[in-house]
Design a protein around this ligand. Structure first.
Ligand code: ADP
Length: 817
């Protein structure tokens, strides 16, 4: 079989042409000279939305309408007229849905074989999508331009590919002092100094920023630009990528931050100087603290060094005063003793003040009886008051609770100072202490104290300065009245520590009134002791001093005692006779009374059959020897010293009740009803075997002299190890232990003795006797195992009481181990 020649199998030209025309995806068309379609391909038919066949014979006007087709017809006619093709002309038509459609049309002349123009043919390409994108881009460009133009900050648009700005708003023109036309020629680096802060080259940094912003990261950074004159200025730049087709655009917002930078610089400067000031302050504080520590150490040392010889001086003068001296010698030695005492009180005040100043004042809050505190304070000042012919009286308002919690020692210290001053600056007059309840709430009470005198007064220009340290109203008075000028400074700091105020009102020649307030908390419930029942008692108080009567009556009111007050002896006598018909009252009577002297009155009472057994208490300011004899003779049950302390008054009356109940006559056994718990000075003490641990020769002699005078036997150890040795060998009733000792100090010796005792199950009382009088010394001694603490210079009564507490009943102590 012979193969058919290839040419025979090839499709015809016509077939190929048809295939080509219909297969082309772009619309293809042929029109006659009248513009009627004579041939369209499938793509054309699809574009116009008619079947291919239906297009034949139709014109552009038939397909698109007159309006839209006008340009197409004009194109055809131009080609037919000129014979020149129109290539790739953009035309806007309507698509089959009536929407806009853009075509790129090429229109060519169609000739017959003779070259006659018989029509046109062409090909179209739809470019609608591209066209819409272009429109969208133009619109967005316009929008952006508008936004930039009206932006509140300077704005520029950067074309990252061209590497220059392509737009700038009026504020940018203002900022750079350039026209928009000038700006749009520039790269960011052209509008900046060559280097940015930190010596970074501007172009590199700018490109880095641009690239980061283009990656989509929001960029806000500080930059230094410069204006057309090359003047640099700091600014804050924000870069935001702009969606703009293919183009990589960034919008930059530029804010001039010169003002902020200046403020920041000022702030940094201020902060630096503040830091420097703080450093200075810290340095100053450290120096001050160090100075204060050194001062405290110095004070502690000075205090110790002064106390040690003072101990010997006071003790020795005391011993000398106990020997036979003639009047002149006694006077000399007494002067030494008085001067030593006042030196000690000065030392105490200076120490106290320095302690308070250095902020180491701690209040010791415990339950207290305000009336008792005042009473005890005034009692201790009564001798001094009497010597200056000053009457001391006091009154606590009935609303002031009996029990409160506060620092009794410090309240007493304030009162001692104010009342002491009152006495010191008054001659022939009165000092009156009054306490009122100022405020009260659940957390406590505020008490208002006043201390009035009718002494010399204070001039108005000195009313403030007297509260400062060493401030005295009249320095010439120092010689006359003595004093350091520290008392009020200490008092006002103490009052402040108790959340109160201290102030004064005064007129020269008329007297002064010092006021202070302090806060006190409620007492713990357990403290509200059972009070002795005195309700059955009837008391008559006779005194020509109405204030003192009122004070006693107020105190008794607390105990439910009915009390009548009299100022003259005759009225007392009358009242006594009347009440004696019911029951014998108790008479509290001042020997100095209006009309008749108190003793005469008592003589009359004792002479009266019905009244002779009236229990009588004498109210006195001082006691002379002959008065004591007279009291005994008249069977006077007790003496109460003015101003009367509430506890004393109650003790005396309750003791009297006991006697009444036991049937004993009050004058026979007076005093036996008083509490025996507290060891009173003067009460006999059994002879003790005492170990005195003391290295100072003078102090040894003084202490041995004093203790043997009291009937005790004394062994002496000169240091801690000797003390421990002595303890091993002998048994002692009490050890008096100095703290600062050679070889082994008193604290260590105490510890060792306590350890030895642990084996023997016996305990010897150890009393510290030391010149370490600073805050905390007492605690250190007790912590080392001592039982009590007596500071040097040793005061006889203090030592006596301390010894008495242990020497009185040793079995108690031993049993308490
Ligand atoms: P001192 O009494 O030791 O000098 P104070 O600080 O207690 O120190 O008192 C300071 C000064 O205030 C006194 O020196 C005195 O001038 C004046 N002063 C204090 N209380 C009274 C008073 N009751 N009457 C007159 N002057 C007083």
């Amino acid at each position: 079989m012979t193969e058919k020649p290839a040419s025979d199998q090839s499709p015809s030209d016509h077939f190929l042409l048809e295939l080509l025309v219909d297969g082309i995806p772009d619309p293809v068309f042929c029109k006659d000279r009248e513009g009627r379609f004579i041939r369209v391909n499938a793509a054309f038919a699809e574009m116009v939305g008619f079947p291919q066949q239906d297009c034949i014979g139709k014109t552009d006007a038939d397909l698109w309408g007159d309006e839209v087709s006008r340009q197409l017809i004009e194109n055809d006619q131009e080609v037919l007229r000129t014979g020149v093709p129109i290539l790739n002309k953009e035309e806007e038509l309507l698509n089959s849905n009536g929407g806009p459609m853009w075509l790129l049309i090429s229109n060519m002349p169609m000739r017959d074989s003779q070259g006659e123009l018989i029509g046109t043919y062409g090909i179209a390409r739809e470019i609608t999508e591209k066209k819409l994108a272009e429109i969208e881009l133009r619109e967005s460009e316009a929008r952006i331009r508008l936004l930039i133009k009206h932006a509140p900050d300077a704005c520029v648009t950067l074309d990252c590919d061209e590497g220059r700005f392509i737009d700038a708003n009026p504020l940018a023109e203002e900022l750079f002092k350039m026209s928009r036309e000038q700006i749009v020629q520039c790269h960011p680096a052209d509008l900046s100094p060559p280097f940015q802060p930190g010596n970074v080259p501007t172009p590199e940094l700018a490109n880095e920023m641009i690239e980061t912003a283009l990656s989509g990261k929001r960029m806000v950074f500080d930059w230094v630009h410069c204006d057309s004159a090359g003047k640099p200025f700091p600014c804050e730049v924000r870069l935001v990528p702009l969606p703009h087709g293919e183009r990589r655009l960034l919008q930059a917002t530029i804010a001039d931050i010169t003002a902020r930078k200046t403020a920041e610089a000022e702030l940094t400067g201020a902060r630096d100087s503040l830091r420097e000031a703080n450093r200075e302050l810290r340095r100053a504080r450290d120096i001050a603290e160090e100075a204060s520590r050194v001062k405290n150490d110095f004070l502690a040392n000075v205090s110790h060094e002064i106390r040690t010889p003072m101990n010997a001086i006071i003790g020795m003068t005391d011993l000398v005063l106990g020997t036979n001296l003639d009047a002149v010698q006694r006077d000399y030695v007494q002067t030494v003793a008085d001067s030593a005492e006042s030196l000690m009180s000065l030392l105490d005040q200076v120490l106290d003040f320095s302690r308070i100043e250095s902020g180491t004042l701690d209040l010791d809050i415990a339950d207290l009886d305000v009336r008792e505190v005042i009473g005890a304070t005034l009692s201790s000042l009564s001798v001094k008051a009497h010597s200056r012919h000053v009457e001391l009286t006091w009154h606590v308002d009935a609303l002031v609770p009996r029990w409160l919690a506060g620092d009794a020692v410090r309240v007493r210290q304030i009162l001692m100072n104010l009342v002491g001053n009152g006495i010191k600056f008054t001659e022939y007059g009165e000092v009156f202490v009054d306490v009122q309840l100022d405020e009260r709430d659940a957390t406590g009470v505020k008490l208002l104290f006043s201390v009035r005198d009718n002494g010399i007064g204070i001039s108005p220009d000195k009313l403030e300065s007297i509260f400062s340290a060493f401030g005295q109203a009249d320095t010439s008075s120092t010689r006359r009245y003595g004093g350091t000028g520290l008392g009020l400074a200490i008092s006002s700091r103490l009052v402040h520590a108790m959340d109160g105020e201290l102030w004064v009102e005064s007129s020269v020649g008329e007297g002064s009134a010092f006021f202070f307030t302090i806060y006190m908390q409620p007492a713990t419930p357990q403290v509200i002791h059972e009070l002795p029942d005195l309700r059955h008692l009837e008391v008559l108080v006779a005194d020509n001093d109405a204030e003192s009567c009122r004070q006693i009556a107020d105190q008794l009111k607390h105990h439910g005692v009915s009390c009548a007050i009299f100022e003259s002896a005759t009225s007392v006598l009358k009242a006594l006779k009347e009440s004696a018909l019911r029951r014998l009252p108790v008479l509290i009577c001042n020997p100095e009374m209006n009309g008749m002297a108190g003793f005469e009155l008592i003589e009359l009472i004792r002479a009266d059959e019905t009244l002779s057994r009236v229990p009588t208490i004498l109210l006195v300011s001082n006691m002379r020897n002959e008065d004591i004899q007279r009291c005994k003779k008249l069977g006077i049950a007790a003496q109460l010293f003015k101003p009367v302390k509430p506890n004393e008054l109650v003790n005396v009356l309750s003791a009297m009740t006991t006697h009444e109940d036991s049937g004993a006559t009050p004058n026979e056994e007076w005093g036996s009803g008083l509490s025996k718990k507290t060891f009173q000075a003067g009460q006999a003490m059994r002879p003790l075997h005492i170990l005195l641990v003391e290295d100072g020769k003078a102090n040894q002699t003084m202490a041995v002299g004093l203790l043997t005078k009291w009937g005790h036997r004394v062994d002496v150890a000169e240091d801690g190890s000797q003390a421990v040795e002595a303890y091993r060998k002998k048994s002692f009733d009490v050890i008096l232990m100095d703290v600062q000792l050679p070889m082994m100090d008193g604290l260590e010796a105490t510890r060792q003795i306590r350890e030895l005792e642990a084996e023997s199950r016996q305990r010897v009382p150890i009393i510290a006797m030391t010149a370490h009088a600073m805050e905390g010394d007492r605690q250190r001694c007790l912590a080392a195992g001592m039982d009590d603490y007596v500071s040097k210079p040793v005061r006889k009564p203090e030592l006596y009481r301390a010894l008495g507490a242990f020497g009185d009943d040793r079995s108690d102590v031993a049993n308490n181990i």
